[in-house]
Design a protein around this ligand. Structure first.
Ligand SMILES: *[C@@H]1O[C@H](CO)[C@@H](O)[C@H](O)[C@H]1NC(C)=O
Ligand SMILES: *[C@@H]1O[C@H](CO)[C@@H](O)[C@H](O)[C@H]1NC(C)=O
Ligand SMILES: *[C@@H]1O[C@H](CO)[C@@H](O)[C@H](O)[C@H]1NC(C)=O
Length: 286
């Protein structure tokens, strides 16, 4: 299925879910943060079925609205807009405030399991990458310490949940420690990275990803793979196999470095573009 096909399936699913959610309209209010309301507002404009979307009351809070799949035991979380953070997390969330909001909307509780691979998980993956990349500007490190990574991942989940995202992103998007740590990559600091990789060439290849041609031309993707192979073989005599776990870990490190050199919005575009190429089977339709 091409990208357009996937999108329309996603859109159909979405409107279907909205209908279910609204027809099953009973019970507790679903408190939503302003960003989610904004998205719903927006959807209302685009939706010719009009009055089916929840209307805002004069106080600005939505009409009672139970999402189709929201299981009752999760309801207590929805009225809690103050996330409980670990206090041990070194990530700088203020650097990517808008991105967190977009991600929460993309992983909106009731839709997340259905839109996981198309929308929610690639966006979550991009968010983690950019968070660590942006933080590296202060810490000098392109990976989180494994002992702290759990707290950071949990804080990310808490923050997203407080903005309406699913409380189960860990399993929906298979989030592992390795999504935030160096995994088996031998390079994790900015200094070493830049001493091993031709970083200006890498940045040049990925600064502006061509949305039409990248999946075929692989300009940025090859540069990323080259850099990942290079740092993965830093301490080894032989160049690692492209698909080895080590090169995959190093790929994350490369993506985080790129995300530290680009504005969060450009980094998101780049990461989502690359993940689209993978979702669509890479070069299969070139
Ligand atoms: C949310 O509200 C319910 C009842 O209205 C309450 O039992 C629950 O403790 C609240 N949850 C939080 C996290 O405040
Ligand atoms: C977090 O990021 C913001 C915006 O990029 C920056 O102004 C601030 O200094 C950073 N905070 C820390 C503790 O590094
Ligand atoms: C985390 O890493 C696993 C294994 O590499 C990958 O399958 C998954 O998509 C990643 N999830 C996120 C949210 O980055």
């Amino acid at each position: 299925m091409g990208p357009a096909g996937r999108l329309s399936v996603a859109a159909a699913l979405l409107s279907c879910l909205c209908l279910h959610g609204l027809l099953g309209n009973s019970g507790q209010a679903f408190a939503q943060g302003p960003p989610v309301l904004h998205r719903i507002d927006h959807a209302e404009e685009d939706d010719d079925s009009g009055g089916l979307m929840p209307e805002l009351s004069p106080t600005g809070s939505p009409q009672p609205f139970v999402p189709f799949l929201a299981p009752a035991p999760l309801a207590p979380f929805y009225n809690n807009s103050t996330p409980k953070l670990s206090g041990l997390n070194s990530l700088n969330f203020t650097a990517i405030n808008g991105l967190m909001t977009t991600t929460a909307v993309d992983c909106f509780a009731s839709f997340a399991p259905f839109l996981a691979n198309v929308i929610c998980c690639p966006q979550l993956q991009a968010t983690l990458t950019i968070l660590i990349g942006q933080s590296s500007k202060q810490t000098g490190s392109l990976a989180l310490d494994p002992t702290l990574a759990n707290y950071c991942l949990s804080d990310v989940q808490q923050l997203l949940m407080s903005q309406g995202a699913s409380d189960d992103l860990h399993s929906i998007c298979s989030v592992h420690l390795s999504n935030a740590t160096e995994g088996s990559c031998p390079v994790s600091t900015v200094d070493v990275f830049e001493s091993v990789v031709d970083s200006s060439k890498l940045l040049e290849a990925c600064r502006k990803v061509d949305p039409v041609n990248e999946c075929c031309s692989q300009t940025c993707q090859s540069a990323i793979s080259d850099a990942a192979r290079k740092i993965s073989s830093k301490d080894a005599a032989l160049t690692s196999d492209t698909a080895s776990p080590k090169v995959n870990s190093c790929r994350n490190v490369v993506l985080r470095w790129l995300s530290s050199r680009l504005e969060p919005s450009s980094a998101t575009k780049m990461l989502r573009q690359i993940s689209n190429c993978n979702v669509n089977g890479g070069t299969s339709y070139c």
